[in-house]
Design a protein around this ligand. Structure first.
Ligand code: AVW
Length: 238
């Protein structure tokens, strides 16, 4: 069965210079489709065009997440019920885990997430060019090119969530459910009780230290979700 999953250890992901962003994106897109036959209905050239129109010629601090709607609508992606893994402040450990276990899938294991992972890009007003340096950072302005992309892609990933959903959170920090994270501000808010049966939090902890499943921020998470959705939390040593 083709699972629609690609992992970074099997596919190369070179880092681009400004002229080759297009090449990097198309190469990654084609490599993904090669490995994930269920994605073969996608056209990488069309995906590039839809991506590019979101930010080229725009002030890089004034790209709302909706600018990526055409991109999200262009990508054909099967939902993968029961196997979706959300994460917050656990980027490395969550991806180390999904690399080893083909059953779970993060946003970065889907086509758009895989293609844009770790890239920086932006445009400029009154210019046709694409830049990969000198772009605003994550917190420099709210509607920056890169952050709006991840907000939009995360929204689409959460919209598609179904069955039993898992979230890997960091038990070594004071607030594992951080109210300013993408997980809290975008993803949890989009979880639909009609499609999702349960949310399982995996709280990654250092042996016998850090926060527990009783943490107040996790109680906030429980309050945020629809009461029809089953909630459970398990502390797991790293
Ligand atoms: P995260 P999220 N400066 O670990 O819940 C620079 O907080 O937000 O997890 N880069 C930043 C900043 C910042 N202040 N904040 C976030 N980032 C970037 C998509 C950075 O690349 C997946 F579906 C960091 O590694 C997960 O379920 C990344 O955003 C969820 O959203 C994640 O920050 C993870 O987002």
């Amino acid at each position: 069965i083709s699972l629609g999953v690609a992992h970074s250890h099997v596919l190369s992901s070179s880092s681009p210079s400004s002229e080759s962003l297009k090449k990097t994106i198309i190469d990654r897109c084609e490599a993904f489709i090669q490995k994930n036959k269920s994605s073969s209905a996608n056209n990488c050239q069309k995906i590039w065009s839809a991506f590019e129109q979101a930010f080229v010629g725009r002030d890089p601090c004034n790209v709302p997440m909706e600018a990526y709607d055409p991109l999200i609508h262009t990508v054909i992606q099967d939902p993968v019920c029961n196997r979706m893994l959300f994460w917050s402040k656990t980027k490395k450990i969550a991806h180390d885990f999904t690399e080893k276990r083909d059953c779970f899938l993060t946003l970065e294991d889907t086509l758009v997430g895989f293609v844009m992972n770790e890239l920086t890009w932006c445009g400029k007003e009154e210019s046709n060019e694409t830049f990969t340096t000198g772009c605003p950072g994550w917190t420099d302005c709210v509607n920056n090119t890169v952050r709006s992309f991840w907000n939009r892609a995360s929204a689409a990933f959460a919209d598609a969530a179904c069955g039993d959903v898992t979230a890997m959170l960091n038990g070594s920090i004071a607030t594992p459910f951080s109210p300013t994270s993408v997980f809290a501000t975008i993803e949890v808010k989009r979880f639909k009780a009609a499609k999702i049966k349960s949310l399982s939090v995996v709280l990654v902890t250092k042996e016998n230290e850090g926060t527990t499943c009783d943490d107040p921020s996790l109680q906030d998470l429980q309050k945020e979700i629809d009461p029809k959705l089953k909630y459970n939390c398990k502390a797991v040593p790293e």
